[in-house]
Design a protein. Sequence first.
Length: 333
Amino acid sequence: MTRAAVFGSGSWGTAFAAILADAGCEVVLHARRREVAEAINADHVNAGYLPELVLPDTVSATDDPAEAARGAELVILAIPSQTLRTNLDSWGHHLPAGVPVVSLMKGIELGTGQRMSEVIHEAAGIPTDQVVVVSGPNLSREIAAKQPAASVVACSDISTAEQVAQACAAPYFRPYTQTDVVGAELGGAVKNVIALAVGMAEGLGYGDNTKSTIITRGLAETARLGAALGADPATLMGLAGVGDLIATCMSPLSRNHSFGVNLGKGMSVEEVVAITSQTAEGVKSCRSILDLAARNGVDMPICTGVTAVVEHAMDVRQLGDQLMNRPHKHERH
Ligand SMILES: NC(=O)C1=CN([C@@H]2O[C@H](COP(=O)(O)OP(=O)(O)OC[C@H]3O[C@@H](n4cnc5c(N)ncnc54)[C@H](O)[C@@H]3O)[C@@H](O)[C@H]2O)C=CC1
Ligand SMILES: O=C(CO)COP(=O)(O)O
């Protein structure tokens, strides 16, 4: 039985712990707060995040990172992107050597513009051929309800990707292996920003033509960034690209989508932050994605508009005009 350590006991870490357990692993969840770990051990439920999910007996929890990491043959990281480096600086030295380290995170680090796999490599010294990315249309509440879904397991070393895919293949969770780590990570990070834009459109009262236009042109700007950074275009047409884009942009379960809806309805960023208890990665990563795009000479008008709204440089009601009044151009450019 593979022993897996999952760091981050929020929505996705908890749902992924259940996937691993249902796939036959023994799982230890690391929770920052002792009372959360104790409640999971006592009740088999993480009430603050996924109260409807009863965790199998093979999932236990601890607030001690050394204990979580001890003997792990597989490490999973599911914490907010902008806190990954600080977390790894604090307990990354406990991670066992020579085992796959999986990123579930969908963001780009502010300041460095690094993808999460790059942060893991740099901050924890994990060799790149042991860093794995799992990304796809995986809204945690649907996964927790064991509704069927698939995902991409990407690693530069295909045998490591296959090992991780084997460990997380559950009856309701179907992994597909990949070697395009860059494409998988960019798809996951940029779709959050596009989902904010779609949510804003919905909040402003626009319908499905508008939303489909944003999704499709959002995919176009993701593809441009991917091309500049060496992603395989086919990855962005797959589960980690268009698959996740559709799920996140269309679902009321998406935190990014919901955040955007509230902005579109006229709430301020601060007001939405105050009522959002979980991570909406696009709010922080819009700036880092835009900086990354600028450094690579890539035009990302939707991300530019979302960032302007998030940073108070533009009223949400101006976003549509700004996008619609850009110079006309060929669809492929
Ligand atoms: N929830 C979902 O449906 C999915 C989420 N993801 C990605 O997984 C990552 C984690 O997301 P969620 O689990 O949904 O987030 P969440 O907000 O539900 O949970 C975050 C977890 O990280 C912990 N944490 C550790 N250090 C922290 C710090 N310094 N500040 C705040 N929290 C800290 C929190 O205690 C909490 O357990 C994100 O990058 C997200 O984009 C990816 C796929 C699906
Ligand atoms: O990544 C996700 C679904 O694949 C979750 O999206 P949100 O973070 O917007 O809830």
